[in-house]
Design a protein around this ligand. Sequence first.
Ligand SMILES: Nc1nc2c(ncn2[C@@H]2O[C@H](COP(=O)(O)OP(=O)(O)OP(=O)(O)O)[C@@H](O)[C@H]2O)c(=O)[nH]1
Length: 507
Amino acid sequence: MLLAFSAALSTLVGSFYSTYQVQKEQLTSYTLKSNLAYAQKLASATDNFLKSALQQLEYSAKIIEQSPSNSKLLNDEAIRLNHQTDSFNSVVINLHGVVAATSPHFESLIGQQIQSPGAIEALKEKRPLISEPYLSAADNLIVFISHPLFDFEGKYLGYIGGSLYLKEKNILNELLEQHYYKGGSYLYVVSSNKRILYHPEPARIGNVIANNAVIDAVIDGEIGTSTVINSLNKPMLAGYAPITLSKWGIVAQRPLESTLSSLDTLTIEVIEQTIPMALVTFIFIGLFAHFIARPLKRLADNANTLDDPKSLEKLKSVKSWYFESQKLKLAMLREVTLLQAQIGVLRHDSQTDPLTDTHNRRSLNGLLNQLMLKQTPFAILEIDIDFFKRVNDTFGHDKGDETLVSLTNIIKKLSRRDDIVSRIGGEEFVLVLPNENSQSAYKIAERLRKTVESTEINTIGTITISIGIATWPEHSTDIAQVYKCADKALYHAKEHGRNRCVVADIS
Ligand SMILES: Nc1nc2c(ncn2[C@@H]2O[C@H](COP(=O)(O)OP(=O)(O)OP(=O)(O)O)[C@@H](O)[C@H]2O)c(=O)[nH]1
């Protein structure tokens, strides 16, 4: 039963475990792939936005390059660029190293030099640029996108640039938030110097993240998936893709825990639904194991008591309903029958005189004990052949044996069913007569004596016997004393001429 239970249980647990593992792997792989696809899609969308922002700046640059000294044109173009497209939080036109126009308009800035990293880099590089994020004088975290301005002769005039205020509402986070979805998933954008440009938690924008393998990979231009531990020490399933134009990186990720929570719920549901069936199976196993074990147990119980006379009946009553137990039962039945037959023979041999097939002394004593236990009174007739030695001497030992057998037959013939015939010595017999007193026993002894006297035995002729009689409990309640009394009476009979019956005196 234990084996069947443990096999069923381990199969059940094993199948739950392997199903869980396979589904976990599938779910993890699916989430990683979808995060990758999501990161790639947004990287491409951000790339497109940056391209379009640069194109807008290029277009404005071309307009400004036609009349860079027209301050109204410069103002109009700055306002148009800022308001028409929503691509930038602010626009600035820089000519000859100083601010020529801004939108929103800041009068105080006009004619000023700007020392922000974006402005310095634009003036220095003289080419289309997307800056690294930096903090402006007004404490805005800014990404500055700029396009150079050249005159007809190709002489560098300055730049037109648009700013994205990363911590404020801007087109980039509007673009990214559109795709933000629930279930614990989120994405963030990092610059090439590992600064967060976009994050669903605004407080984290501007933070620099070091020691993050995913960020290292994505700013190196790699595309891929990875399981990472985030800043809150939670395992995350991340997909990442670079934004080629700006060398930024987009990471889309989902907590492993929330990815697997649906699987956990599903597994619990499956377990709950399996429990009733499993219980039925276990009950079935239990019952089946019980029915298989029962005949074996009963056969095993009987194996210890095969010498019990009832074991044959007990074995027969075992319901051996399957082949092996049936075979075992038949084998045991065969053995028990054989064993008990042998025990019977041994018991008979140990209790029987082999020559006359009557009880021997051991058996006689047992039977007398039983009579005494049952308080059944009885008489003992001690029978001895007169001058038996002469028979042996005259006719030989074999004929002597035949004489003993003939006398036994006579005694048996005259005995009743309950009488006990036994040979306790060479030519000494004891006949026990239950429920007889001295008088009736004497009459029976006399009848026996006379019958023997008158019976012709082949070759030998006739013999005579002497009989000593004593009774229990009349002569004594001690069986040994009763024997002694019968002995004495027999001796008396022999002494007084043999061929006679004598009842012992009651002392
Ligand atoms: N054939 C045969 N003889 C036996 C057996 N057992 C004892 N005897 C003989 O029985 C005889 C008994 O002789 P005794 O005890 O002298 O007595 P008895 O000759 O019968 O004379 P009383 O008993 O005095 O009348 C002996 O000769 C024994 O050898 C037996 O199993 N077979």
